[in-house]
Design a binder for this molecule. Structure first.
Ligand SMILES: [Zn+2]
Length: 826
């Protein structure tokens, strides 16, 4: 990966010629790019400086991160284009049908996104070199091209890495792979503040960075999008074209232009003798990456990967004995960035005509997706997501629809009612609608590095139908729900439903404000209305304080809950409010394990869920002192997915067992279950994998990788059965679609309750599952409770919060925390 001097020399020469007008990054910063990592605020300072110094660059702040670092976009073009930015933007959107009118656009729009993974830190350094080159030596390209640069998508992650590196590095840097400066500590700088991988979050937009960026992205709808990354230190540079599987919405033109871009890069790389590869490893299927999301929105979306990442530092010896330097890494990324702008500028007209064609969605197989509006909170959560992507939806206006029913996987007649949602594919974002909603994505190849199923009706838990004929619909809702609450000082109790995250957030708020609610373990009816099990009952008798009614109504209003009042606890059907099965819910003190051994992603999902959705406090514990924590201080302990061989040792498992016996709730998720299976005091048992009967490996060498995928499930959807009489399942129906992320399975609990499980006929309803791995899923556990003494252990085999987009799993976790042992006073 040594830089041959030619390109660098050219670059430096230009730098000095133009230095009288504008400072280069090194002149501005006082050091050569690559000799240090630039902290985010200094990067921002350089972009601000450029936009103040030259009039053909505009800077726009579009948001802020969780840690309050600013997010910026820089628009770089000719003076004429910059003066007409808004006009060009609208003309471009008019080609897609998103805005009315038929203005022609001839300007190419290229969007370059840097450093989505915080510790892949060379690209933000490259962004400064790139903008400098664009405004000094590459002005001709800007005549017909607007370059939009996001110098750092993930500044919180970047600074986490850079600050750590600066603290531990030797001077001069040490290239030995063993050196501490190449061993980033947990959780690393890759993810954002909540440890989410922002390069998995584009479509789900669960994170603040994604939400703000996607708003800007959809405002512009660029023709080209590049996401700059880094990979292992020994890999050659990777650029487009991508690897199979390609999602079927990808057009021939998108495939073809990726190749043209790749060939243009190759010219520069060949000249310098740099190694590169294309067409391998990085596929274009899962819709939530920085390459696929733009692709499904009509752009040529690409990932470029440079060797480096969290191990790279300022310089590291590769296995081939060469020194890979930050300087080289930055120059490579600058080269591909500039080459992308060059080829786009050369093809500006064609980019626009082909972009326009992408938005003809009249031939998509499914014309309408219809989703039952059985749960207004769920419907609202989904429409909020659609709004984020500016995907249009309407409401059903006819009775019976025929189509593929997601719940049964059959063609069926489906009775709709007013206010059921309809999302048509014949709209500008139709291909994204297809990618997000279709029951199964077509897989041209099962070798992929991510999940192969994500269909939103399953993820959000909707009874839904995919129809091949367009369903008639209207733009307006017919019903609006009155959510005004009134104080009734004579009420015996207030009642509130329980079937959504919003209900759990409301409960959390009540507990934090010292209101004690109860929940009914049985369904009941009262005053002509029926209530499901799990319904919250807030009794006056439990809350004899002066402000009770006012406080309760105000919390209900703030949480947009509709609470009803009743004058008696004597029910018509079911059990009265004084019954043992109407259980009090006490404030729960919750601890969450984090640190080395923990999957940072799983920990982050739980942390984010509690802080941003439930808005309920957690105490975060670290794995290095977990064994010395006094567990009895907590009501609930959550162990995220992870590998805990040394952390969950015998003595800690015994301590946890005592914690449970004395009334605690222990929740273990995903891989964490391995640490409990087969251990003394725990009922969980791994399911024996069926052994392969062939003794010798006669698979040809070239097919080994494919042979191994038979053992894998990397994200496929399976239907489970749910015991809805158990509090862990309150708010659910008797079927739940689970996203299975691994082939590891567990037997049904013998001494415990199998609350959700896969029965003997279970198969994957969507996504790839290896032919061997799939055999272990039938008759295995999904979610179970092992009762022990006063408390219980909740085993969650599949992650109920995956990437926070598996929305329908979240209430299981809220139930586990609030409904299981919360009536017990320890
Ligand atoms: Zn990356």
């Amino acid at each position: 990966m040594k830089i041959k001097s030619l390109l660098l020399l050219t670059f430096l020469t230009f730098e000095s010629i133009f230095s009288q007008n504008i400072k280069s990054p090194s002149e501005f910063l006082g050091y050569e790019i690559g000799s240090r990592f630039t902290r985010h605020h200094k990067v921002v300072a350089y972009f601000k400086y450029v936009s103040k110094t030259v009039s053909n660059v505009q800077l726009e702040k579009y948001g802020e991160t969780n840690e309050h670092r600013p997010l910026y976009l820089s628009y770089i073009s000719s003076q004429k284009n910059i003066n007409n930015l808004e006009k060009i933007r609208k003309a471009n959107l008019s080609q897609t049908g998103i805005v009315a009118g038929v203005s022609k656009n001839k300007t190419a729009i290229v969007w370059l996104s840097y450093n989505v993974h915080g510790n892949e830190a060379s690209s933000t350094e490259a962004s400064m070199l790139t903008i400098y080159d664009l405004v000094t030596t590459k002005k001709t390209w800007l005549e017909n091209t607007i370059v939009i640069m996001d110098p750092c998508i993930n500044p919180d992650g970047r600074d986490r890495y850079v600050n750590w590196y600066n603290q531990v590095k030797s001077s001069p840097y040490n290239g030995e792979q063993d050196a501490k400066e190449h061993d980033e500590p947990w959780p690393g700088g890759r993810a954002n503040h909540y440890l989410f991988d922002l390069n998995r979050d584009w479509a789900w937009a669960t994170q603040i960075e994604s939400q703000q960026r996607i708003k800007m992205y959809n405002k512009w709808m660029p023709h080209i999008h590049v996401d700059f990354h880094e990979q292992g230190i020994n890999s050659p540079y990777y650029f487009a074209p991508g690897a199979e599987p390609f999602h079927e919405v990808i057009s021939d033109w998108q495939r073809d232009f990726q190749t043209q871009i790749g060939k243009n890069h190759a010219r520069y790389f060949d000249k310098e003798g740099w190694l590169y590869f294309t067409k391998e490893s990085f596929d274009l299927l899962y819709p939530s990456y920085g390459d696929t999301y733009p692709t499904f929105m009509g752009a040529i979306g690409m990932t470029f990967e440079q060797a480096g990442g969290g191990r790279g530092g300022l310089g590291i010896k590769t296995d081939e004995g060469e020194v890979l330097t930050l300087k080289d890494r930055a120059i490579h990324h600058m080269t591909t960035g500039l080459s992308t702008v060059e080829i786009s500028s050369k093809n500006a007209k064609k980019l626009n005509t082909e972009f326009k064609k992408f938005f003809d969605n009249s031939n998509l197989e499914y014309k309408s997706f219809i989703l039952k509006n059985e749960n207004t909170d769920k419907t609202e959560r989904l429409t909020n997501l659609l709004d984020t992507h500016e995907i249009k939806y309407e409401y059903v206006s006819n009775g019976i629809v025929k189509g593929y029913r997601f719940n049964t996987q059959k063609e069926e007649k489906f009775t709709t009612s007013d206010d059921d949602l309809v999302i048509h594919t014949n709209q500008p974002k139709g291909k994204m609608v297809k990618a997000l909603f279709e029951p199964k994505a077509r897989l041209s190849d099962s070798l992929t590095y991510d999940i192969t199923a994500w269909s939103l009706p399953y993820a959000h838990g909707f009874d839904a139908v995919a129809s091949k004929t367009k369903v008639s619909s209207s733009k307006n809702k017919t019903n609006t729900i009155d959510k005004t609450n009134t104080i009734d000082k004579t009420a015996y109790a207030y009642i509130s439903k329980w079937n959504s995250i919003e209900d759990a957030t409301f409960l959390g708020a009540l507990l934090q404000q010292n209101i004690t609610p109860r929940f009914s373990e049985k369904a009941f009816s009262l005053g002509g209305k029926s209530y499901d099990s799990g319904t919250l009952i807030i009794l006056r008798n439990d809350n004899r304080t002066a402000n009770f009614d006012k406080k309760l109504v105000s919390i209900a209003d703030q949480n947009n809950r509709n609470i009803q009042t009743v004058a008696t606890g004597f029910v018509d059907i079911g059990l009265d409010f004084g019954s043992y099965s109407v259980k009090p819910i006490n404030k729960q003190k919750i601890a969450l394990l984090s640190g080395k051994g923990t999957s940072s992603l799983s920990f982050g999902e739980i942390w984010h869920f509690f802080e941003n959705e439930l808005k309920y406090p957690l105490t975060i514990l670290n794995s290095d002192y977990f064994d010395s924590v006094k567990f009895s201080k907590y009501d609930v302990i959550i162990i995220p997915s992870g590998y805990y061989r040394s952390i969950l040792n015998k003595s800690t498992l015994d301590k946890l067992s005592t914690f449970v016996s004395s009334g605690g709730t222990l929740i273990a998720i995903g891989n964490a279950l391995n640490s409990f299976a087969g251990k003394k005091g725990y009922a969980l048992k791994s399911k024996e994998l069926k052994k392969d009967s062939t003794k010798y490996n006669l698979t040809p060498y070239a097919d080994q990788e494919r042979k191994n995928i038979k053992n894998l499930i990397t994200g496929a959807i399976f239907k489970s059965r749910v015991d809805v009489t158990h509090p862990l399942a309150f708010g659910y129906k008797s079927d739940y679609f689970s996203l299975k992320l691994s082939g590891t399975t567990y037997s049904y609990l013998e001494n415990g309750i199998n609350v959700a499980y896969f029965d003997k006929d279970t198969k994957n309803v969507s996504g790839y599952a290896g032919s061997k791995a799939i055999k272990n899923v039938p008759e295995s556990l999904l979610f179970g409770e092992e009762q022990k003494g006063q408390g219980s252990i909740i085993y969650m085999v599949d992650n109920p919060l995956f990437r926070s987009f598996w929305d329908n799993g979240k209430l299981f976790l809220a139930n586990a925390v609030f409904l299981l042992n919360s009536n017990k006073i320890k």
